[in-house]
Design a protein around this ligand. Structure first.
Ligand SMILES: Cc1cc2nc3c(=O)[nH]c(=O)nc-3n(C[C@H](O)[C@H](O)[C@H](O)COP(=O)(O)OP(=O)(O)OC[C@H]3O[C@@H](n4cnc5c(N)ncnc54)[C@H](O)[C@@H]3O)c2cc1C
Ligand code: SF4
Length: 488
């Protein structure tokens, strides 16, 4: 422990955000980093407690708490405080291939489990992580480091989201020759087309991919396996195959009027937006323009929030977010004690922006869509109804219908597993939850030499969990190829 009076001396100090009314003028990232000396103070707050729950990555109360990558958080906090950036970086990269992604988009399960978090003042692990990697880039410490020896084994990774990228990075470093097949025109999965640019600037992904290319990984884009690329050819050509195609089958809402023009799925909406931004700065107009439109978002979660921030940046007239569940409590309840992940009300960046622009929280709780009202096939309004859970069953409340004007409706109601054509092309079995079935902790499917990882394996989750999946799967693939493994 570097500073023996750590958190007793220094208060938690988060990095600042650009004010909502300013940041909605563009799609840029909006965090303002602390100075180096302020960051050192934040690292000093970590006093290397006897039981660092922050790095535990365990399931408590049905939710993951602590870092799923088991990041060595107290060690790198100590190294930041002691000005030993190289050591901090080497300890960070030991367990996390992509701190530049998690340091931006991770919901910081570590901080929820931090002993200091018991009073809401956890160590700023998430921001400290980003500081290490970004300072390392700035100081020229991140360079391509191709493996010195090649094993001669060939691995195909299908899908280039965080799980596929983590798996290919680990296997390439181990000396295997890795080819990544990606159906989209850009690498990154939901990091690229899903999470909006203001949360994760796409140049951050491209910077890392350029390094991975130089390290010897081959990336093939516009390669839709099971469609434009034959699965059998891949099986013939490669010694092992890893399926990392995500769980992107959107949950639909089945109400009258669903086919109306003006109704979109969230990921389609967000993908078109980022693509148009990157391709032409929106000049090509190939996105859903919400300027002066009344928008209803179905789903009060993180994806809905990303749609909200996007709509506001385009100048929507009004945005409402419908949420079926009751409003969460402001503070932990007795049955949600530390170090469980807190199930409390979170006002994310998009909601903060909506409050600044429209003067009220956009979320309407315990409400869902009953009917989509259209005129000449075009969305006109949405009939909502209040709901509550009675004996565990979602029940409509009588006479609670309301009609809201709407030009655009975005469905952000979650996902129901993976798309089926790729598993079918490989003959891979799915579970009842519509994700790939594997041997427990072995990642191997019913088809010899075919493995699966990430959301396609565990269902829609988090970037940090996808990276953890990719790493663990890579280890099993290495064991399969070599007969043993030393990978961690
Ligand atoms: C809108 C949105 C915002 C999110 N925000 C956050 C966040 O802020 N923080 C966080 O931690 N998590 C967030 N998540 C969740 C997180 O993005 C996912 O859990 C994570 O990306 C899963 O990684 P993955 O590699 O398993 O799959 P994905 O990221 O889904 O990548 C799968 C890839 O496989 C490709 N693919 C699919 N089929 C084929 C095929 N047949 N051939 C070739 N390629 C194929 C896809 O094109 C895609 O690129 C968000 C999710 C969404 C939808
Ligand atoms: S990856 Fe996420 S949970 Fe792990 S240390 Fe970083 S911010 Fe915390």
């Amino acid at each position: 422990m570097g500073k023996i009076t750590g958190f007793m001396e220094y208060e938690r100090n988060e990095k600042k955000r650009v004010a909502p009314l300013l940041r909605i003028k563009n799609f840029d990232e909006f965090y303002v980093p602390l100075t180096d000396s302020e960051r050192k103070e934040q690292a000093a707050r970590c006093m290397n407690c006897g039981v660092p729950f922050c790095q535990s990555g365990m399931v408590l109360g049905g939710m993951m708490t602590g870092c799923p990558l088991n990041n060595l958080i107290p060690e790198w906090n100590d190294a930041i405080y002691n000005d030993n950036l190289e050591n901090a970086l080497s300890r960070l990269l030991k367990t996390n291939n992509f701190p530049e992604f998690t340091g931006r988009v991770c919901p910081a399960l570590c901080e929820a489990a931090c002993v200091n978090g018991r009073d809401g003042k956890s160590v700023t692990c998430h921001d400290n992580e980003l500081y290490i990697i970004e300072t390392a880039y700035k100081n020229g410490l991140i360079k391509p480091n191709p493996p010195k020896v090649r094993s001669g084994k060939k691995v195909a990774v299908i899908g280039s989201g965080p799980s596929g990228l983590a798996a290919c990075d680990c296997l390439n470093k181990r000396g295997h020759l890795v080819t990544v097949f990606e159906k989209n025109d850009r690498i990154g999965g939901l990091l690229m087309y899903g999470i909006p640019n203001m949360k994760l600037d796409k140049s951050v992904i491209e910077r890392k991919i350029a390094i991975m290319r130089e390290e010897g990984i081959e990336f093939k884009v516009n390669a839709d396996v099971g469609n434009t690329v034959d699965a059998k050819e891949i099986l013939n050509e490669f010694d092992a195959v890893i399926l990392c195609c995500g769980a992107n089958e959107a949950r639909d809402i089945k109400v009258s009027g669903r086919e109306s023009e003006g109704v979109y799925f969230a990921v389609d909406f967000l993908t078109a937006n980022t693509k148009s931004l990157l391709n032409s700065g929106f000049a090509d107009k190939k996105y859903v323009d919400t300027k002066d439109k009344n928008v209803v978002i179905v789903g009060g979660g993180d994806t809905g929030n990303d749609c909200l921030g996007t709509c506001i940046r385009h100048g929507a007239k009004s945005v409402i977010q419908l949420e079926m569940m009751p409003k969460p409590p402001e503070k932990r309840t007795e049955n949600n004690a530390w170090p469980e992940f807190p199930r409390i009300l979170k006002t994310d960046y998009g909601q903060e922006e909506a409050i600044a622009v429209f003067g009220r929280d956009p979320r309407i709780y315990q409400t869902t869509v009953k009917e989509i009202i259209s005129e000449k096939g075009k969305l006109k309004a949405i009939k909502t109804v209040k709901v509550e859970f009675i004996d565990g069953k979602l029940t409509e409340i009588e006479n609670s219908e309301r009609v809201i004007d709407a030009d655009i409706m975005i469905i952000a109601a979650g996902f129901v597993g993976t798309k089926k054509y790729l598993p079918e092309a490989f003959g891979v079995e799915l579970t009842q939850r519509n994700v790939v079935k594997t041997d427990e902790n072995k990642f191997v499917t019913n088809v010899p030499k075919v493995f699966a990882a990430g959301d396609m394996h565990i269902g829609q989750s988090l970037v940090v969990r996808a990276i953890a999946e990719g790493r663990k799967c890579a280890k099993e693939v290495d064991r399969f190829l070599m007969g043993y493994t030393n990978m961690i």
